[in-house]
Design a protein around this ligand. Structure first.
Ligand code: SAM
Ligand code: SF4
Length: 395
């Protein structure tokens, strides 16, 4: 019997947005006034794809994720070219997940069917909030009603394969308002939701507004209660909280692509600012790389050298072990000793972690150790404070 192919994921970064949200620290730029040079960006992506997937021919692609920025601003025929070229280089596994992130503005909603014909089979929509005032203040060019209409349209085209993003903790939002909003969101949800607590990212306009006291966000206590309410309401509607910000009403709806990251699987990222993480097939070294963030410079280097890699380095054993725990414990399934030993060169979780602190958190009901599968996992309560726990259990 032929050996199973090693799984690989592909991330494709689209660098433009039609508006820039005050809270967003992702790598992106506003669509240039002269418009996007679609042909140039796509050709650069295709060049980078050929160069960077070539060493991985013996693997299989389990997922492709078009993220951004706002990839729904790209042209469906170019998305098709990228999917088809990727499949020629590294075969797409049967049932591979192909996700595209989108904004719910009319221009993008009308392209949804063409994205499906291009090969996208999972649709992710950035709704953020249903409150029109918050949307406007954050700089977004759509209403809550348009957001919900986009979800309904997507459900008709991608039944069972639609997810959308919500954020809680906006300025002057009350617990009661978030409850109402989430109820409506759940009424419209398909089988997956991502729900984030608003993070004030350094360098964003929101960060500057908060520092200058032009905005006052809900207190930490209110935000903690919003989080707890979110988990409870989702659970009551059958959505399992499988990762810090991710909820699915069926295991098959969980994001295959994101789980690949959290489980430490290999991925190649193309496009400006995209990260990659893979094992070099020639020398078995773990490689981390990041592409040049500036779109023009990235495209020029792709045209000249076949890839827009900015930095590339070998991941040390210490970094690999730390990452395995940090990402693994974001998921309710946790991390298995067997999986950890795969990256640690045979060291067990109990040999690596500060076990006195682990035991403390087990006693407090924040972590659990499942002996039959030798698996360490956060409990629901633990997931809420996982960042603090990680600081204490990792040496
Ligand atoms: C790369 S963005 C892309 C999606 C798409 N461009 C959009 O905005 O609809 C991915 C998601 O990250 C979340 N996000 C971005 N900045 C955030 C922040 N500061 N706090 C919480 N969530 C954030 C939003 O929910 C957003 O939809
Ligand atoms: S949240 Fe989405 S639309 Fe807004 S700036 Fe970030 S990537 Fe662009």
């Amino acid at each position: 019997m032929a050996a199973a192919r090693v799984p690989l994921s592909l991330y494709v970064h689209w660098p433009y947005c039609s508006f820039l949200c005050k809270f967003c620290a992702f790598s992106k730029a506003r669509v240039p006034s002269q418009g996007v040079d679609h042909e140039r960006i796509t050709n650069a992506l295709l060049k980078e794809l050929r160069t960077c997937l070539a060493p991985h021919k013996d693997k299989e692609l389990r997922s492709i994720y078009f993220g951004g920025g706002t990839p729904s601003l790209s042209l469906p025929r170019n998305i098709e070219r990228i999917i088809s070229e990727a499949n020629k280089l590294v075969p797409l596994a049967p049932g591979a997940e192909v996700t595209l992130e989108s904004n719910p503005t009319l221009a993008e909603v009308t392209k949804m069917r063409d994205f499906k014909l291009a090969g996208v089979n999972r649709y992710s929509i950035g709704i953020q909030t249903l409150n029109d005032d918050s949307l406007r203040k954050m700089g977004r060019l759509h209403t809550g009603a348009e957001g919900l209409a986009a979800v309904d349209r997507a459900k008709a085209l991608f039944p069972g394969r639609v997810t959308f993003d919500m954020i809680f903790g906006f300025e002057s939002q009350t617990l009661r308002q978030w409850q109402e909003e989430l109820k409506t969101a759940l009424d419209h949800a398909d089988r997956h939701l991502s729900i984030y607590q608003l993070t004030v990212e350094p360098g964003t306009p929101l960060f500057r507004d908060q520092r200058a006291q032009r905005v006052v966000l809900p207190s930490d206590d209110v935000q903690a209660r919003m989080y707890e309410m979110t988990v409870d309401m989702c659970l009551a509607r059958g959505f399992r909280h499988y990762e810090v910000s991710s909820y699915a009403s069926h295991p098959s709806a969980e994001s295959m692509h994101n789980k690949g990251y959290w489980r430490g699987q290999q991925w190649v990222g193309i496009g400006p600012s995209a990260h990659s993480r893979f094992t070099d097939p020639t020398n078995r070294q773990r490689i981390s790389s990041v592409r040049i963030p500036d779109t023009q410079r990235w495209a020029q280097q792709c045209e000249r050298a076949g890839h827009g890699t900015g930095k590339e380095f070998v991941v040390s054993d210490a970094e690999a072990k730390q990452e395995a725990v940090v990402f693994g414990l974001r998921m309710l399934e946790g991390i298995s000793d067997e999986g950890f030993m795969g990256v640690s060169g045979g060291q067990s979780l109990t040999g690596y972690l500060c076990m006195a602190r682990v035991q403390h958190y087990i006693d407090e009901g924040h972590l659990s150790w499942h002996a039959p599968t030798a698996c360490l996992a956060p409990t629901e309560r633990g997931l809420q404070v996982i960042d603090t726990i990680l600081l204490e259990i990792i040496p």
